[in-house]
Design a protein. Structure first.
Lengths: 261, 418
């Protein structure tokens, strides 16, 4: 798997280069999803992530964290450090994911009150990320080979012509029965994705709210996930993004988790 | 109360001054200054008669000032307990230099080692406040030590050296409180408190730890030459009454030197995190039959180890641990058995976008048997404020947990973090 593709921020990156190359290929659903998946990636990045959770009554809760990501020889490493809310400030998570098939992630947590780094189970990726409407799986890049893809049709979204592609898991046990994505034909940007629960009902919808071009990369900087069943939603915003700054392997250590980013 | 660490009530005014200065200072300081902490009110009552044994209000403020590679941190708390006068506690005050490969921390600091939850096997640097047994949150059991910690780092490897010129004792439950343990004597003894070791280089405490964090396993090796945090008790006098037997015992508390070395390891296999931790302590003092041991104790080497696992099922995180204490060269005159077996079971689950959290932790004595169950529900009303409530329940009639069977209690609290 390419560097960083399973990480939070990279999942929202879209390579511009594919907009020209894909035109020469046969536009099957799989080739489109593969082109999106195999986009070029920066070697590393830093960013601030702010998540705003909004309940059905409009009440908001804010989570903010700093994160650092890089890839080293088939191992994608990431540290996230919470800045808010106050009771979890300084708490950090570290995740190492491996290109090796079947090898699970290694994860650790540091809680400043306990002053100790603890290895934790990486199971339960279908669970909520920080209480938001995103699951850990939603924030990672899913390899196209794990799903069967079908082009359902075309539609214009925000002034851009899009493919509508349905993806159905090949194996049972996934969190969703299927997803439907709207992919820009000209830029290979995913504008929207619907997630369906195991009973086939619409569960939630991911919408892209803002994109920015940074060097060779087109960054999706604001998104929203809305749960259609609970009417709860989460806005996710990336700021202070730095790419290819040369983060060293030593920056993903027990000491880094305790010291802060 | 540990009077070594808490300043007398009148000094609570100093806290107010500190807090005021901190807030004012932040208004004028650069980005390197940060104030954080919490205010909390907590009350607990015994189920047996409804009496309040816990009623405290605390403001804990932590101020850090970071400039370049250096940091100054001070953590102070003021608490009012059971309507008494406010008490001021200096929880930490240290200076830290953080270089690329070296870190130096000087001052009053908490040093936490070990891989286990709620069990202290290689976590022997910072003493514990056990004045309320294991009932408080583990964060509150920790005490700071005065000394120097030097760390060296290279990739996933680290080496720490700790020198504590000042011995900081642990805190045992006070006599006359509901947490006073059952004493292993036929009559109530008269106890003379242990004297602290004299301040000298020779009386310092020394610790070393090597640790490695890797993709297959986390490993640590440690050793220490230190004073036992809690004193042993030597029998200095006995009163014998003809026809009755022993009618009086006098005891002298003594802190004593000991050494320990141990390991910690953790790794993941599939959905399981496996953990183990163990240590051997040399010359640990155990209370014994004073007709066999005139001093009232015997020095024995001992081993304590733990194996455990963490895993998740349907959104609930579980932790299981088995702990065994072994007294080497054991004999029947000792109060403790050769083997002491304990298990812990922990379960944590969050609901409603992490606004509700249920936690349960059980200590289970496998020999007596007996147990302690700590359970609580936490509701995060807002991002800053939370309410909590729960119970501390003891099971059994004897043993380290069963001896507190009359202390079953419930508690409630509110906390605001800033």
């Amino acid at each position: 798997m390419n560097a960083l593709q399973r990480s939070i921020l990279p999942a929202l990156l879209l390579g511009l280069a594919f907009a020209t190359t894909l035109g020469a290929e046969e536009k099957t659903a799989l080739s489109i999803m593969t082109a999106v998946y195999e986009r070029p990636q920066p070697a590393d990045m830093k960013a601030t992530l702010t998540m705003t959770l909004v309940d059905s009554k409009g009440k908001e809760r804010v989570r903010a964290l700093e994160q650092r990501l890089a890839s080293f020889g088939g191992v994608d490493k990431k540290i996230m450090m919470f800045q808010a809310p106050a009771d979890v400030r300084g708490t950090s998570f570290m995740n190492w994911s491996y290109a090796e098939a079947g090898k699970g992630d290694d994860q650790w947590i540091y809680m400043p009150a306990l002053k100790r780094v603890k290895r934790i189970t990486s199971d339960g990726k279908g669970g909520s990320f920080m209480g938001s409407d995103f699951s850990y799986d939603d924030l990672g890049a899913r390899h196209p080979s794990r799903d069967d893809h079908v082009i359902l049709g075309s539609e214009t979204v925000a002034g851009e012509e899009c493919w509508i592609i349905e993806s159905t898991p090949k194996e049972a046990g996934d969190g969703y029965s299927r997803t439907v994505s709207w992919i820009s034909k000209s830029r290979l940007i995913g504008f929207k994705r619907d997630y369906y629960d195991k009973k086939g009902a619409l569960l939630k919808t991911l919408s892209v709210l803002e994109t920015k071009t940074m060097g060779a990369y087109l960054m999706i900087t604001r998104t929203e996930m809305r749960n259609a069943q609970s009417n709860h939603r989460t806005r996710m915003e990336f700021t202070a993004i730095e790419l290819d700054t040369g983060i060293a392997d030593e920056q993903f250590s027990e000491r880094a988790m305790m010291k802060g980013l | 109360m540990n009077t070594n660490h808490r300043i007398l009530p009148a000094s609570a005014l100093a806290f107010v001054m500190f807090f005021s200065v901190a807030v004012t200072g932040m208004a004028f300081a650069d980005d390197g200054v940060e104030l954080s902490g919490y205010g909390r009110a907590k009350a607990g009552a015994l189920l047996s008669d409804g009496s309040l044994f816990l009623a405290e209000t605390t403001l804990d403020a932590k101020l850090s000032w970071e400039t370049g590679d250096s940091t100054l941190l001070v953590d102070v708390a003021v608490s009012e307990r059971l309507g008494g006068s406010p008490e001021l506690e200096l929880r930490e005050l240290y200076l830290r230099y953080s270089g690329d490969a070296v870190e130096l921390v000087i001052g009053k600091q908490q040093i936490i080692w070990g891989k286990s939850d709620g069990v202290f096997i290689t976590d022997i640097v910072s003493p514990k406040d056990l004045s309320r047994f294991l009932v408080p949150d583990f964060v509150e059991l920790r005490q700071a030590v005065d000394g120097v910690r030097l760390g060296g780092y290279a990739g996933g490897h680290s080496l720490e050296l700790v020198w504590l010129p000042l011995f900081s004792p642990g805190v045992a439950p006070a006599a006359g409180t509901i947490w006073a343990p059952v004493m292993p004597y036929p009559v109530t003894p008269t106890i003379t408190a242990a004297a602290l070791p004299e301040l000298s280089i020779e009386n310092g405490e020394y610790f070393i730890r090597y640790s490695f964090m890797g993709n297959a396993v986390d490993l640590s090796l440690m050793g220490g030459w230190f004073w036992n945090d809690l004193p042993s008790f030597a029998v200095t006098g006995k009163t014998m009454t003809p026809g009755v037997g022993i009618t009086g015992i006098t005891l002298q508390g003594e802190y004593y030197r000991t050494a320990a070395f141990g390991y910690g390891a953790a790794g993941a296999i599939g959905p399981l995190v496996l953990r183990s931790e163990g240590a051997m302590q040399l010359g640990k003092r155990y209370q014994g039959d004073f007709t066999v041991y005139p001093a009232g104790y015997a020095e024995k080497n001992s081993v304590q180890y733990l194996v455990g696992t963490d895993f998740s099922i349907l959104g609930t995180t579980f932790g299981l641990q088995f702990i065994q204490d072994i007294i080497l060269e054991h004999d029947d005159a000792l109060v403790n058995e050769r083997f002491t077996n304990t298990a812990t079971v922990m379960a944590v689950r969050s609901f409603a976008h992490e606004t509700l959290r249920v936690e349960a932790l059980a200590y289970i004595g496998l020999d007596v048997p007996d147990a302690l169950l700590k359970a609580q529900l936490v509701w995060k009303m807002t991002d800053a404020m939370e309410l909590s409530g729960g119970a501390w329940l003891f099971f059994g009639d004897s043993g380290q947990f069963g001896q507190y069977d009359g202390n079953d209690s419930v508690f409630a609290g509110a906390k605001i973090s800033f």
